[in-house]
Write a protein that binds this ligand. Structure first.
Ligand code: RET
Length: 236
């Protein structure tokens, strides 16, 4: 178990939750998005605390530690991040929009991606590990396809004020998310080319970009799209 990166992760995610909340709570136009991002880091802080305290860390027969809290974190936080993007793509559709089933589809694929990633991590033989890893990658490709094809088209044709913001956000998200399967593959849960410590540190760096940096980036990009001036929320 890697105490230093796990406690570091807990500290960064806790402080980030406060910072994201405090910096965005008065921006009425993007408040919903700010709350979603603060919830993501809050859940991550909780997961890092559980991992640091040794709750849900499973030592498999071949000596690999599997952190269940990490997969529970991803199962909850990645749908929140994707839901934010679907909402941006459908921005100008109005409150009656059912989002054409895209919300259900993208969250479904995303949850399958995370759960089958966990199955790959738990598998004993190389073959079974590889099958679940590839299955997870297929679901991930489905997520990326929805973001880059139908949802991007919808954002361009309908969500005129936020289309640019949508594009910038999916670009950053795709670049960072693509690194997760790479870190998994070279880490102890995959080919074991690097140590548990290196793997935990790498996931921490990715988490800071995907959850914390992305929160501020998305808030800036969206606020620009809306051309909002800060409004005191008590007046709205
Ligand atoms: C796994 C391993 C199996 C193959 C694939 C994976 C993808 C994981 C991703 C995780 C993203 C997590 C984020 C969390 C932030 O809150 C499960 C590692 C494709 C893309 C962004």
């Amino acid at each position: 178990m890697e105490h230093v990166p796990l406690i570091t992760g807990f500290t960064i995610m806790s402080l980030s939750t406060l910072l994201i909340y405090l910096s965005g709570r008065k921006k009425a136009a993007i408040k919903n998005h700010v709350m979603m991002h603060a919830l993501v880091t809050f859940i991550a802080a909780t997961a890092y605390l559980a991992m640091a305290l040794g709750v849900g860390n499973y030592l498999s027969d071949n000596g690999t530690t599997i952190y269940f809290a990490r997969y529970i974190d991803w199962t909850v936080t990645t749908p929140i991040l994707l839901a934010g993007l679907v909402m941006i793509a459908f921005h100008e559709y109005g409150p009656s929009s059912q989002m054409n089933g895209y919300l259900t589809a993208i969250i479904g694929l995303d949850i399958i991606m995370v759960v089958t990633g966990l199955l790959s991590s738990l598998a004993d033989t190389f073959m079974v590990k590889a099958i679940w890893y590839l299955w997870s990658c297929m679901a991930f490709l489905g997520v990326l396809f929805l973001l880059w094809r139908p949802l991007r088209k919808i954002a361009i044709t309908r969500a005129l004020t936020t289309a640019g913001g949508y594009y910038k956000n999916i670009t950053l998200l795709t670049l960072v998310w693509l690194l997760y399967p790479v870190v998994f593959l070279v880490g102890p849960e995959g080919l074991h080319l690097v140590s548990d410590a290196a793997s935990v540190w790498s996931f921490l760096v990715l988490d800071v970009i995907a959850k914390v940096f992305y929160a501020f980036y998305a808030a800036r990009v969206l606020a620009k799209s809306f051309q909002t001036t800060t409004i005191d929320s008590t007046t709205v």
